[in-house]
Design a protein around this ligand. Structure first.
Ligand code: PMP
Length: 414
């Protein structure tokens, strides 16, 4: 694979792969080929070490303690908040809220924004390519408030039909929630345009960045996003940590979401006043070790360079599209012009589960099924796909292994 990459990229890649201990093992007596990165990425050694280090030397509860360990834990936790601020270019770190993942971040906004700002008769716009996590919270909000859900359709390539979006927007539109990139198809959505158009009608916009954060530059100020969400575990970080970015004025005006310790200013049995942002939305003891270790993951991405990551992953996507697409019987699903490194396909007459299982026997880990996007699968009249999704540590040789296995499987099952 090195032949087609600039030398500095190839050298960097060798170094990168070595940092991920989980990759150096055999599955079913074959070298592991991990292509399930859209579900979760693997973790570099420095993230794993940080978790061990935190529990070995700094563990304490944060914010309220005055002893040394509490101070160290608090500093480490708040350091990650500043790193996230820089990573997404938020104007202040108080606009960065820790949650347990994108799902919780979206639920938080659907409840806490919806409680204050959404009324009967309002409309909320989502799109056909949304993950269930960016559909169901809005459906529940609509049911609770008597609002209506509208859906931007997609074309056969999996791109949003922007003319239809224009038609859905009106003075009734209160909120728009779409993903930056689709987990099932890889489509990168024109979010800047989506935000600009929504703002012309006074609507607020949430961008689900779960599939973008590891691949694309994020600048919430340049985008003018009102809310942006991501999950640490999809950016080489630990599970159980997510980010909600929100503009200060909106976060301050929103109702609390979960309540209890940390999110209060003063409690009496008669009345409680709430803490300032971000703490107002961080009730209870969070995943401190996870947040602390997430800092290492973000530094890994920044040091590797988003541009370098994009260059490498685009090369892998192009190679997979050519190599896998050439196999007889394979039909790609999602052929948008702009994609993150996701290759989804169906094989004529063969169930995706069978392919997934047989690839696993060859050491190749892919995802099969509806990928938590059932309405999108219905749009394409399919039950599910086989999805290979690539990360910075993957190689063209691994795609060759998958292609050879796939050819064998299709010959066998046909
Ligand atoms: N949105 C998208 C686009 C996703 O890909 C995912 C995870 N597959 C989610 C939301 C939910 O993320 P999490 O499970 O980390 O809450």
């Amino acid at each position: 694979m090195t032949a087609e990459l600039p030398i500095h990229t190839a050298e960097k890649l060798t170094g990168i792969r070595a940092q991920f201990p989980i990759l150096h093992q055999r599955i079913n007596n074959k070298p592991l080929v991990y292509f399930d990165n859209a579900a979760t990425t693997q973790k570099p050694q420095r993230v794993i070490d940080k978790i061990v280090h935190y529990y070995s030397t700094d563990n304490a509860n944060i914010h309220r303690g005055i002893h040394t360990l509490a101070e160290r834990a608090t500093i480490a936790y708040e350091t990650t908040r500043s790193t996230v601020q820089a990573f997404i270019n938020a104007s202040e770190k108080e606009e960065v809220i820790f949650t347990k993942g994108t799902s919780e971040s979206i639920n938080l906004v659907a409840f806490a924004f919806g409680e204050v700002f959404v009324q009967a008769g309002d409309e909320i716009i989502i799109s056909t390519v949304e993950h269930h996590s960016n559909i169901v919270p809005w459906q529940i909000l609509c049911e609770r408030k008597g609002a209506t859900l509208k859906v931007i359709p997609v074309d056969d390539a999996g791109e949003l039909i922007m003319d239809e979006y224009d038609k859905l927007l009106s003075a009734k539109t209160r909120f728009v929630a779409v993903n930056h990139a689709s987990n099932s198809l890889g489509t990168i959505n024109p979010i800047k345009e989506i935000i600009e158009k929504a703002h012309q009608y006074g609507a607020k916009v949430l961008i689900d960045g779960a599939q973008a954060a590891a691949h694309l530059e994020i600048d919430v100020q340049a985008l003018d996003a009102d809310f942006y969400t991501l999950s640490a575990h999809k950016v080489y970080g630990p599970t159980g940590v997510g980010i909600l970015y929100g503009k200060r004025a909106l976060l301050e005006a929103m109702s609390p979401y979960q309540s209890g310790g940390e999110m209060i200013s003063e409690v009496t049995f008669e009345k409680t006043t709430y803490n300032e942002i971000p703490y107002k939305f961080e009730a209870g003891t969070p995943n401190i070790a996870g947040v602390v270790a997430f800092n290492e993951a973000l530094e890994f991405v920044t040091e590797t360079g988003k541009e370098h990551i994009a260059q490498l992953e685009n090369m892998l996507l192009k190679y997979a599209t050519e190599t896998l697409g050439r196999i007889k019987g394979i039909v790609p699903v999602g052929t948008a012009r702009n994609k993150v490194s996701v290759y989804s396909f169906v094989a004529e007459g063969i169930h995706h589960f069978d392919i997934g299982q047989m690839l696993d026997a060859s050491g190749v880990a892919v995802r099969t099924g509806h990928h938590c996007t059932q309405p999108l699968m219905s749009r394409f009249n399919i039950e599910g796909t086989v999805r290979a999704s690539f990360a910075v540590y993957n190689t063209r040789e691994e795609i060759d292994i998958m292609a050879e296995s796939l050819e064998r499987i299709i010959r066998f099952l046909k």
